[in-house]
Structure formats: structure tokens, C-alpha cells
Design a protein around this ligand. Structure first.
Ligand code: PLP
Length: 388
């Protein structure tokens, strides 16, 4: 059976009439009916007809084949952003009276969405400490979905999926994992009973800070149900963006490996720096999540994003940020360029204020996403920016 980097470059294979290996960008929105009486056009593999661009697109379909292979699922569905993928997934599962169980540390806009949907749908959102034990304990008869990120953002706590798999009946309670931070290079959530795996493809899958997209991967029947939601909500990924993400995925593993190795070097450097109070990165042996991460992750790598606390207060953080020359002050992650952000002003905006302090999200916390620059240059930039 082929391995991840092989799937990453060949996963879209699907000979067209001309044998082109690289998927063409199909711009056509319309396809002619082959059986007008029955309303049937060209039948394609998901059990759908290729009729209209809001339903299917052949370039987008090629991306979906690749992601399904990377995540070891039967199928996948691509959306025009990570949030479009998350919205369709939540809408699919929410029921009046139902309960959603989430860790209290989750991507901010997912919280914003849940906070806004809950009064409209009549659902309850229970936000618990980001640990497998707390998640398992919160699950009850009303629970309609458990939604989590295995490595939390921005404090890099690691939730023990294996514990959930062993202690929760995941056939009864659907587990959805946002695998954006860990990527299939480190983790394939379906191995631990996840029903669906979500990506903001804007991050590591696309990988170059030049495309917005999202993907949901899962078993065929479930993906087919979500397909109906994508069609109704209108969130299909457009063909050019799909092509860009297919291209990005081809180098996913080598990018992610280099970024993770550089992140480890940077974390070790900062951990020894006299101006740094704390480094939050599971690659550090002293980190409380190190052994869980080592157990779950398929490689001895811990991702390309780390957070650290600067000694002093917010003013010092601002000074540090302004002094950076190479590292960009941008609110994303997973791209070729190193980027920093103050989570309190961006990624953690919709985390409940009473939870932020408990989680360790203070105003001297900085998150850095490591890019593909030479790690010596990244360290040098941090060193000079900290030297004030
Ligand atoms: C973990 C995670 N999930 C989902 C999203 C949303 O993705 P998008 O920005 O592509 O809509 C993000 C964006 O930062 C993210 O970090």
C-alpha cells in the first residue's frame, strides 16, 4: 500500500481522454444532459451527476481524491474555506435539544459559529478543559457531536485521542476532528474512531499563503450526506483553488517535516532565553503533553507552530513584535513564511474570557508559525528582536 508522500503526488490520478497526469482546471459550470427526460447528465463516482458547478467540479473532485487517500477515508468533500467545511458539518449534526461537546480551547471562529448557532438551533454547547478525560465525562445521551482539535491553538495542549477511542462509544457519538494543525503527516484521526476529519486547507495543505479552502474527509455515505449540505449552502471549492491545493499537497510532507524540525530548534532556543518565561511546544521533553504527543503522532515531530510568553507585559510584546525584521506579523499559519501573532488579539478572540486565563492565554503570549526559511535566520531574527 502506498504511503503518504506517494498519495500526495499521485492521489488525484484519474486518466482523462488525453492522459494528462496533472488535473486540468475545469472552468465549465454547466454540463450537457445525456438523458434529458430523466434529467441525467454524466454520472460520476460519488453517485452524482455532473450537472452544475455548485454541485461538482472535476478539478475539485481530484483534490477530494487526494485528501481521502491522505486521511485514509473513502471520500472527501472540498469547501471554499475551512469555516465553510466546519459550518456544513455542524449544521449536519445539530438537532434542537442536542448538546455539542468541545474543548474550551478551539479555533476562534468555530466558537463564534457555535455561539451564534446555539440560540437559533436550540442546542447547548458544553466547553470543557482540553483533555480526553474531560471530553469523555461531558458526553451524555443528548450529545450530538464532539468537535475538537487534537493540538490546541494557541497553547499547544494535546488531547489523547486514544483515550477517547477506548472510553467513548464513538459509533453512538460522532467525533469530528479538525486536523489542520497536526495534518495527516502526524495523525490520521479515523484510526481513533473519528467520523469526519476537517482541514483548513488554507494552512498546511495549501501551504503557501495564497489560497483559501477547506476539506472534510470521511466514509462515503456520510460524505454523500454532507454533499447535500454543500450543495444547499453553496460552499463548493472553486477549480483554480482546488488546483492550487492539489499542487500544495505534493510537498506537504517535506514542508511539514522541515517546519516541525525548525520549530523544535526554535522552541529549544527560546526555552533557554533569559527573556522568555515559558515555551508551549509538545516537542520539548519537559512539556506536560510530550508523552501523549509522542504516543499519538506517527513521526517524532511536533508541528510547526509554537507559543511562548515574554517576560514583562504587553508593552514588551509590542516592542518585540515591532523589532522583528524577517518574521511577518500575520494572523495565519502553516505557510512558507514564518509568522507571528498575539493570540489575545487574533486566534483567541472568541475563547471565553474566563477560560483564557485558565488555559494560559495571557497578554504576553506570542504564537509563531515556522516557515521554510533557514532556521538560523529565524533564530537570528528572534534574537535581535528580543535584544532590547
Ligand atoms: C484550526 C483551524 N480550523 C479552521 C480554521 C478556519 O479555516 P479558514 O480560515 O480556511 O476558513 C482555521 C483558520 O485559521 C484554523 O486555524
Amino acid at each position: 500500500m502506498a504511503r503518504l508522500p506517494t498519495h500526495a503526488v499521485h492521489g488525484h490520478d484519474h486518466a482523462d481522454a488525453y492522459g494528462s497526469h496533472i488535473p486540468p482546471i475545469y472552468l465549465s459550470v454547466i454540463y450537457e444532459y445525456i438523458d434529458y427526460e430523466k434529467g441525467e447528465a454524466i454520472f460520476i463516482d460519488r453517485g452524482n451527476y455532473l450537472r452544475y458547478g455548485r454541485e461538482e467540479n472535476l478539478t475539485t473532485r481530484a483534490l477530494e481524491r487526494v485528501v481521502a487517500k491522505l486521511e485514509n477515508t473513502e471520500d472527501a468533500l472540498a469547501f471554499n474555506s475551512g469555516m465553510a467545511a466546519i459550518s456544513a458539518t455542524l449544521i449536519h449534526y445539530l438537532r434542537p435539544g442536542g448538546k455539542v461537546v468541545v474543548p474550551m480551547e478551539l479555533y476562534s471562529s468555530t466558537f463564534a459559529l457555535l455561539n451564534n448557532l446555539s440560540p437559533k438551533f436550540g442546542i447547548r454547547v458544553e466547553k470543557v478543559w482540553p483533555s480526553a478525560e474531560a471530553v469523555a465525562e461531558a458526553i451524555d445521551r443528548d450529545t450530538v457531536i464532539v468537535f475538537l482539535e487534537v493540538m490546541t491553538n494557541p497553547t499547544n495542549k494535546v488531547i489523547d485521542l486514544e483515550y477517547l477511542y477506548k472510553h467513548v462509544d464513538l459509533d453512538r457519538v460522532p467525533l469530528v476532528v479538525d486536523n489542520t494543525f497536526t495534518t495527516p503527516v502526524l495523525l490520521k484521526p479515523v484510526k481513533y474512531g473519528a467520523k469526519l476529519v476537517i482541514h483548513s486547507a488554507t494552512k498546511y495543505l495549501g501551504g503557501h499563503n495564497d489560497v483559501v479552502g477547506g476539506v472534510v474527509a470521511g466514509q462515503k455515505d456520510l460524505v454523500r450526506e454532507l454533499w447535500e449540505w454543500r450543495r444547499m449552502l453553496g460552499g463548493i471549492l472553486q477549480p483554480f483553488e482546488a488546483y492550487m491545493i492539489i499542487r500544495g499537497i505534493k510537498t506537504l510532507e517535506i514542508r511539514f517535516e522541515k517546519q516541525s524540525k525548525s520549530a523544535q530548534t526554535v522552541a529549544e532556543y527560546l526555552a533557554e532565553h533569559p527573556r522568555i518565561e515559558e515555551v508551549m511546544y509538545p516537542g520539548l521533553t519537559k512539556n506536560p503533553y510530550h508523552s501523549t504527543a509522542k504516543k499519538l503522532f506517527e513521526k517524532p515531530l511536533f508541528g510547526g507552530v509554537l507559543s511562548f510568553k515574554l517576560k514583562g507585559g504587553y508593552e514588551d510584546v509590542i516592542t518585540f513584535m515591532k523589532r522583528l525584521r524577517l518574521i511577518k506579523r500575520c494572523p495565519s499559519l502553516g505557510g512558507t513564511e514564518s509568522m507571528v501573532v498575539i493570540p489575545l488579539k487574533a486566534a483567541a478572540m472568541f475563547i471565553d474570557p474566563e477560560h483564557r486565563l485558565k488555559l494560559g492565554i495571557t497578554d504576553n503570549l506570542v504564537r509563531i508559525s515556522i516557515g521554510l526559511e533557514d532556521v538560523e535566520d529565524i533564530v537570528e531574527d528572534l534574537a535581535q528582536a528580543l535584544n532590547f
